[in-house]
Design a protein around this ligand. Structure first.
Ligand code: NAD
Length: 524
């Protein structure tokens, strides 16, 4: 058996830049054992009713409520987020998610009757949402609590065992284990495996029944390639380059406030943060002036920040050094091509503190307008007409989210319908994600598959199609023997029922004759 070299992976506090602890790649024997345990527990989960599964999930909810400050402290320590960002987008969001799924899962995860077509008259059809088996969840570093728990809970509610590999950058070691174990949640139903790509690759080779991945496009492609070798289905929740389109009739102050939040929350490290802003030329100057003024007033984290009392900070730090370098590189490229920095634009020396940044004179030849930035940067560009704004927004390899801002809701809806993304908000940004009843996912290079909403449960199910027939003594008229008479009658049904020129009388006659053939042909 292959032994994995125990290479230590340091987990760094992005504020102090000091090591907090280390994790190691998971040994192959442990991975094998994890999958064996998953298989055993899955048999038990499959036998549980959805209500019983919900009861298990509520243990997680209760534990999070009671221990939220401890969880938040660790979350802030590893990500460098503003504490309020953590409270809203991780703690509050997972509690809200569980609250909604408590009802939604009962509605979605039950057998459903569906109508039958003409040819199956007298029979019944049903859809049975059945578990897939073991689901592997692989998650990124920007929302280390929500991104781990939301898909894992969804998969569990659907009757699966879950193996989850958190990001090695923000693994929340012990915190995640405590949530699962100390809450009294069903043992082994969600197992956490730590490590980096090397561990993730071996987890995929353990052949889970489904992979739910959230992360970068680059990794998404690799996962899909590897999964294809085992024909494992994958959901890919990948990167984005969200556009915000601002029309001339908005309340400028409100739009600026909303777009600032959309661009800077979690220091811009959200897959659906505002990454490009297109403003109508008639309000461009005023919008930009206000945006810059307000951006300058935001309180940013500093290396001296007391991590235990971070409520006095609006914007946290960039979690990883490589992400700071991507932001710097994109700004450099933009400035070289003619962009102007109106505020921010440079990290505080020797830190991962990146101030809110506004750029103008930007265009689509620049990386800052085309590639995912994942930082607190809002490049603003003018547009003249509705068509031009739509064209700009759609000129992207990504299609995750976006927003349209206008008092004229008819226009906003019209524009929203033409934006090629999986998600969109009108007069707000990213907030569609705040509703767990809505499906979430991307188009284009932002990935495929949906989680949250009804789709977010069904994605973890084998939706089994079932036909139920009477166990009668007669055979179906279309069964053997094939006769010329049957052939003619079927053609008459096609002519008199499906074609535009319907003839009900002839159709009923043909149907009844067909049926009587079946009735005559008793099972021998
Ligand atoms: P990443 O792709 O580098 O890593 C994500 C996870 O994949 C980590 O757990 C990592 O260990 C694992 N991984 C790395 N290489 C792998 C491989 N070859 N095989 C299997 N697993 C592998 O992403 P990141 O930097 O952690 O996260 C940032 C990205 O995530 C951004 O692009 C962001 O837009 C995206 N994201 C998307 C969503 C969404 O819902 N669409 C949400 C959050 C983040």
């Amino acid at each position: 058996m292959e032994t994995i070299k125990a290479t230590a992976i340091p987990v760094i506090n992005p504020v102090t830049l000091k090591k907090i602890y280390e994790i190691e790649e998971t040994e192959q024997a442990t991975i094998d054992f994890v999958f064996t345990k998953a298989k055993t527990v899955q048999a038990a989960i499959a036998k549980m009713s959805v209500s019983e599964r919900i009861e298990e999930v509520l243990k997680i909810r209760d534990y999070i409520i009671t221990n939220r400050e401890t969880i938040l402290t660790h979350l802030v320590l590893e990500t460098g987020k503003a504490r309020l960002d953590g409270l809203t987008s991780e703690i509050f969001e997972i509690l809200d998610f569980i609250h909604v799924y408590q009802k939604l899962s009962l509605k979605v995860l039950r057998n459903k009757k569906v109508p039958v077509p003409l040819v199956l008259m007298g029979k019944k059809s049903e859809i049975w949402p059945e578990p897939l088996g073991t689901v592997l969840v692989i998650t990124p570093w920007n929302y280390p609590l929500f991104q781990v728990l939301a898909p894992s809970i969804s998969a569990f509610l659907a009757g699966n065992a879950v193996v989850v590999k958190p990001s090695e950058v923000t693994p929340l070691r012990r915190i995640l284990e405590d949530i699962i174990d100390k809450s009294g949640f069903l043992k082994n139903a969600i197992q956490i495996v730590y490590g980096s790509a090397s561990t993730a690759v071996r987890l995929i080779d353990a052949k889970p029944d489904k992979i739910h991945f959230t992360g970068s496009c680059k990794t998404g492609k690799k996962i899909m390639a590897q999964a294809s070798q085992h024909l494992i289905s994958v959901d890919l929740e990948l990167g984005g380059k969200d556009a915000a389109i601002v029309f001339e009739d908005v309340n400028i102050e409100r739009a600026v406030n909303g777009i600032m939040w959309g661009g800077y929350t979690t220091a811009g490290q959200s897959c659906t943060s505002v990454e490009r802003c297109y403003v109508h030329e008639s309000i461009f100057e005023k919008f930009v002036e206000l945006l810059v003024d307000k951006s300058r007033k935001l309180r940013i984290s500093s290396a001296n920040r007391n991590i235990e009392n971070p409520e006095d900070c609006d914007i946290g730090v960039i979690t990883t050094e490589f992400q700071v370098q991507i932001i710097e590189e994109q700004i450099k490229d933009a400035v070289e091509k003619g962009a102007k920095i109106l505020c921010g634009g440079k990290r505080e020396a020797n830190t991962r503190v990146f101030p809110p940044t506004v750029l103008i004179h930007v265009n689509h030849s620049m990386k800052i307008m085309m590639d995912e930035t994942f930082g607190p940067v809002i490049p603003v560009m003018k547009f003249k007409t509705e068509e031009e704004a739509i064209e700009f927004a759609n000129d992207s390899q990504y299609g995750l989210g976006g927003s349209v801002w206008s008092k004229d809701i008819t226009r906003a809806r019209r524009v929203a319908a033409k934006i090629k993304t999986g998600n969109l908000s009108i007069n707000n940004h990213m907030l569609n994600e705040g509703n767990p009843n809505l499906p979430f996912g991307g188009t284009k290079k932002s990935g495929f598959g949906r989680y949250k909403g009804e789709a977010g449960l069904l994605t973890f199910c084998n939706s089994k199609s079932v036909l139920i027939d009477k166990n009668s003594a007669v055979i179906d008229p279309n069964w053997y023997p094939f006769t010329k008479n049957k052939y003619l009658l079927l053609n008459q049904i096609i002519d008199h029922f499906f074609s535009r020129k319907k003839n009900w009388l002839k159709f009923i006659k043909a149907g009844m004759t067909m049926d009587s053939i079946g009735t005559k042909e008793k099972i021998k």
